[in-house]
Design a binder for this molecule. Structure first.
Ligand code: ADP
Ligand code: MG
Length: 695
């Protein structure tokens, strides 16, 4: 139930004065359907207006002129600008409109009347000109703020209109009960919620709009706190769901001996953390993060064996057929040696295979299922599923994960979830995107890796690159050649990749495979499999190179137009080489022709040359990208932050995360006075039921 105190803010935007049928869709598109959404628009800057005269006007600045209207020029031909000439004691002020109605302009500026006109000063034939000025009568002088916030205007909706709506929305906003901790509030010198909004929308100067302004910080903190509360709640729900108790047993011991290597320290720590969760009696929700090649599979395998050792079943789900098969081929012999029977379930099993495997899972005879999307289909039944491991978790939707988890036995408790990701992300991102999960990080690579030598070259040196590539391929190496998505359309990207493959085939005289995003899945996987098995020496690909596919013999990676990729993405791509014993190379080719690289672009590529630490690269990428929606929050279901900037407000984010956990830990049902206020905050930032009405 939404607290009554919020009803005015959750009213439809059409209830704001001036929001008629014509502008309504524009406001809805810009802000959202509710009064609150308009209130939460943030100024993108401000304008300072100075009184000026025709002689002392400063070009490029916003001036206010008191003028006498002199002449209206209505153009003879349609499309030509409408002009008005006015005078003050010192000279002429010209006004110009490109489009618009002459009658309207005439009404605004009747000949012989005094008016205040404001706008950006331009010089035309050395006389002052203002395009599309704001016009006021002398009586309206009081309404003209010297400093006015500017909102991102859209087609058909001016900043000035938006400002009016925002001011209207502010009138709907009553002071709300204080949800922040009193001591924290004092220490941070935050104003109250409503005061903070008022200051946001009536800034006295630039500093009020800076992320460091206390009013801005207060609002940012509220927003971060609301988001962290939502995540902490999900986490709590999981924690109060009982989970099957899983402990390592004989099968786990045997698997450990069957592994052809000793675990790294990072792997050992991760499995310890996972085991702690699995034995806790609560449902586990853990993200295992580690670069490509950091050895996540072995950690997952131990968890699978633990489940089997405790008499349960477990599933390992991968996003593609080739990955699922690779997992199965590697793990089943070792699991077998440990006494754990494993089946593979993909979309390409024959009906007979499928029937037999489904039966083995339903009866509990098979203890581990490895597979693709085939795993969560309705026909799949488990006897005692207790653990779901999701590889490359970002490739699955929340629903798909949940469908697999729903296959557990409610009597033994919720199915434990271990998700794995090869995309190292900064801590900040971890908190905002995976705040409901515990995180384990594999920060150390297995031994025996040869570092990848990375070079940054202009595309103009492609001939030289081809020559060296030829020599390496002749000596038995395999290579990837990545053509990025550069053109406006996928079709022309594809054409570019095809042309590149043809070039390389001709120049290098070797077989060249091509994998791209428009290929049907099975066709693409067939090419990938040919490459993985060494039948093709060179693979040209758009960015579809399957994450996680292990081709140890591939030791060269060429990336064309590397400057157009995100750092994290480049790092991912590079991770495809350096997996075997041979020395590996990654060549980052930038630009077309021999144009240079900008400073940021250079800095970015330099980062890659300097380090192979995915976490460091992720932090750097995050820092360099800044602004916008770097967290991809929109995709994850939470709207991008309105007030908070997770980079600049990083310390607020950390505090909000602690605060959220603390509040829910102490007062899970939010019954205390602060709890009641916190409920109001949660409702205020609830975007789920935003289609108007009161639920
Ligand atoms: P990813 O984290 O990308 O899934 P994998 O689990 O596929 O990485 O491991 C990459 C490679 O490293 C595999 O060939 C695997 O056998 C090997 N490996 C994993 N752990 C170790 C280790 N502790 N020592 C040596 N090699 C290891
Ligand atoms: Mg993997």
């Amino acid at each position: 139930m939404r607290p009554q105190i919020l009803f005015p803010l959750f009213a439809d935007v059409s209830s704001l004065k001036g929001v008629g049928p014509k502008v309504l869709p524009l406001v809805q598109k810009l802000a959202g359907p509710l009064v609150r959404d308009v209130l939460f628009l943030t100024p993108s800057g401000l304008i300072t207006r100075q009184p000026m005269t025709a002689t002392n006007a400063i070009e490029g600045q916003i001036g206010i002129f008191e003028v006498l209207v002199d002449r209206l020029f209505i153009p003879g031909k349609p499309g030509a600008p409408i002009k008005v000439r006015a005078t003050d004691d010192t000279g002429f002020v010209h006004m110009v409109w490109f489009g618009g109605s002459a009658q309207h302009i005439e009404r605004l500026l009747p000949k012989g009347q005094k008016r205040l006109v404001a706008g950006k000063v331009e010089r035309f034939n050395n006389e002052v000109q203002i395009a599309h000025p704001d016009v006021y009568t002398l009586e309206q002088a009081g309404e003209i703020a010297a400093v006015e916030p500017v909102y991102p205007a859209t087609q058909g909706l001016s900043s000035r209109q938006i400002r009016k709506f925002v001011q209207g929305a502010l009138e709907h906003a009553t002071e709300l009960p204080e949800w922040q901790d009193e001591a924290w509030l004092k220490k941070s010198r935050f104003p109250g919620w409503r005061t903070a909004l008022e200051r946001l929308h009536s800034p006295a100067g630039e500093p009020d709009l800076a992320p460091e302004a206390v009013a801005r910080q207060r609002l940012a903190y509220d927003e971060l706190f609301a988001h962290q509360l939502a995540l902490a709640r999900r986490r709590r729900i999981r924690q109060i769901t009982p989970g099957p108790v899983i402990r390592p047993g004989e099968a786990s011991e045997r698997l450990l001996t069957a592994l052809p290597f000793a675990l790294t320290g990072a792997q050992e720590r991760a499995i310890e953390e996972i085991r702690h969760d699995l034995a806790s009696g609560e449902q586990m929700g853990r993200l295992l993060q580690g670069d490509v090649g950091s050895g996540k599979t072995a950690v997952a395998a131990l968890a699978l064996a633990d489940a089997a050792a405790s008499g349960f079943q477990a599933a390992l789900m991968a996003p593609t057929e080739i990955l699922a098969r690779q997992h199965y081929q590697r793990l089943s012999p070792m699991l077998d040696a440990a006494g754990v029977s494993t089946v593979l379930l993909t979309g390409r099993d024959t009906p007979a295979e499928r029937r037999a495997r489904l039966a083995a899972l339903a009866s509990g005879e098979a203890q581990v299922a490895i597979g693709t999307h085939a795993l969560f289909q309705d026909a799949v039944r488990f006897d005692r599923l207790a653990l779901a491991v999701i590889d490359e978790q970002h490739r699955f939707g929340v629903n798909e994960r949940q469908r697999l988890q729903a296959k557990g036995d409610p009597r033994t408790g919720g199915v434990h979830l271990l998700t794995m990701s090869a995309t190292p992300i900064p801590r900040t991102l971890e908190l905002t995107q995976y705040g409901e999960l515990e995180v384990s990080r594999l920060t150390e690579k297995p031994p025996g890796r040869t570092p990848v030598t990375t070079a940054v070259l202009p595309l103009a040196r492609i001939g030289e690159v081809a020559k060296r590539l030829k020599a390496a391929l002749d000596a038995g190496a395999q290579a990837y050649w990545i053509c990025p998505l550069v053109a406006e359309s996928e079709a022309s990207d594809l054409a570019a990749a095809e042309a590149r493959a043809a070039d390389l085939r001709r120049i290098l005289q070797v077989e060249v495979g091509l994998a791209h995003g428009q290929m049907a899945g099975p066709e693409r996987e067939a090419v990938m499999a040919d490459f993985a098995d060494g039948r093709i020496p060179l693979l040209v690909a758009t960015t579809v190179v399957e994450v996680g596919v292990d081709v140890p013999n591939a030791s060269i990676m060429v990336i064309e137009h590397a400057d157009r990729f995100g750092l994290a993405q480049l790092h991912q791509l590079r991770g495809r080489v350096g997996r075997g014993t041979a020395a590996s190379t990654c060549l980052l080719l930038y630009g077309g022709g021999d144009n240079g690289l900008g400073d940021t672009a250079r800095e970015r590529l330099e980062t890659l040359r300097r380090t192979e630490d995915g976490f460091e690269i992720a932090e750097e990428d995050f820092r360099l990208r800044g602004g916008g929606d770097p967290l991809g929050l929109k995709q994850s279901g939470f709207p991008a932050y309105r007030f908070a900037d997770p980079i600049r407000h990083r310390s607020l984010l950390l505090a909000a995360a602690d605060d959220a956990r603390l509040v829910l830990g102490r007062d899970p049902d939010l019954l205390s006075p602060r709890g009641e206020a916190v409920k109001v905050l949660e409702a205020l930032f609830d975007w789920r039921n935003d289609r108007g009405g009161v639920d």
